[in-house]
Design a protein around this ligand. Structure first.
Ligand SMILES: [Zn+2]
Length: 327
């Protein structure tokens, strides 16, 4: 089923319509299409995750998995008190499903190692030509859960409008979130400004310090996100490479060196750990949640997360790696 863009409102009108899911503000035709998207989105979610069976839960009541409200993750949803909306879409701080409890795999406290960091910033960029989505989850090591998130859709800077439309429909149309993308996406340089404000609000980094992160580290699935894509996009958007992107943790390297098993991607790590994938693969916000669940599983098994890649201070494109065995 192909879904095309729903809204054709002029930009100034869009500004006042912070959440087009809110049916009362839109035309009957638009309402029909939005309902279609909402139902498609929940169908998509049903297809792409494996719901634990009753026997696995031993009769325990388990909350039904719901897709994140993407207007909410952008701070633009005004339906926080609408019961029907909250029944369909998730409005929380990305708190993770308690896999460990339902899998009865929680290990004795003694097994969990002390970490060098208080927080992990789980990052998973989307967009091959230019960055289209910038989701970061703030994972608290102490509580072993996600405590906050930063999520922005990103508008490419060097692409024509028609190319953008084609690109977004191809990427997000099939997930039914292309409409949200068009309503919320902002240029990369603005995303970086907002991200830095967000990090400051959590005392993870100080603007103007030019230094690294404080007590925290980025966690990614592979080196591509921070090593390649961030510098490429900075160049395109004429932004200096921020000082907090000098080092990161590639979860796949930690996985290989801890379990001695090679997992070339997020899905293979989840398969190895016998975890179901939740949500839509390649929707960045869902991928970061799934990666955080893998991260939590690994911490629970006793893995130590340390920096796996560092840029050379003299030449940023040169990267030094912690492990010789890498993915
Ligand atoms: Zn909402």
């Amino acid at each position: 089923m192909a879904l095309t863009r729903v809204h054709t409102f002029p930009a100034n009108m869009l500004k006042n319509m912070t959440n087009l899911v809110h049916f009362e503000y839109v035309s009957a035709e638009c309402r029909r299409k939005m309902k279609l998207i909402a139902s498609f989105h929940s169908q998509e979610s049903t297809y792409s995750h494996i719901e634990p069976t009753k026997s696995q839960h031993q009769g325990k009541k388990v909350k039904r998995w719901k897709p994140m409200c993407l207007y909410y993750t952008h701070g633009m949803c005004t339906k926080g008190d609408d019961f029907a909306h909250l029944e369909t879409f998730n409005h929380n701080k990305c708190e993770l499903e308690d896999d460990l409890e339902w899998k009865s795999q929680r290990k004795e406290i003694g097994k969990v190692r002390e970490q060098k960091f208080d927080y992990f910033l789980v990052l998973d960029l989307e967009g091959k030509v230019e960055i289209l989505e910038f989701p970061v989850l703030l994972f608290d090591v102490k509580s072993m859960n996600v405590v906050d998130f930063f999520h922005r859709f990103v508008r490419p800077s060097k692409m024509s409008e028609s190319r953008i439309n084609e690109y977004i429909e191809g990427k997000y149309g099939k997930l039914g979130v292309d409409g949200v993308w068009h309503d919320t996406a902002i240029p990369f340089e603005e995303v970086i400004q907002q991200f830095e404000n967000w990090m400051e609000s959590h005392q993870l980094w100080r603007k103007g310090s030019g230094g690294p992160l404080s007590k925290s580290a980025f966690v990614t699935c592979g080196n591509w996100d921070v090593k390649t894509k961030i510098p490429d996009q900075c160049k395109l958007s004429m932004v200096n490479l921020p000082s907090y992107f000098m080092e990161w943790i590639n979860l796949k390297d930690i996985f290989l060196n801890f379990y001695k098993r090679r997992a070339p991607g997020m899905l293979s790590m989840m398969r190895e750990l016998q975890m179901p994938m939740l949500g839509s693969h390649h929707l960045g916000i869902d991928d970061t949640r799934n990666l955080s669940r893998v991260l939590r599983h690994m911490l629970n098994d006793g893995a130590l997360l340390e920096i796996t890649a560092r840029r050379n201070r003299e030449s940023f494109s040169k990267v030094m790696y912690q492990f010789t065995n890498r993915v």
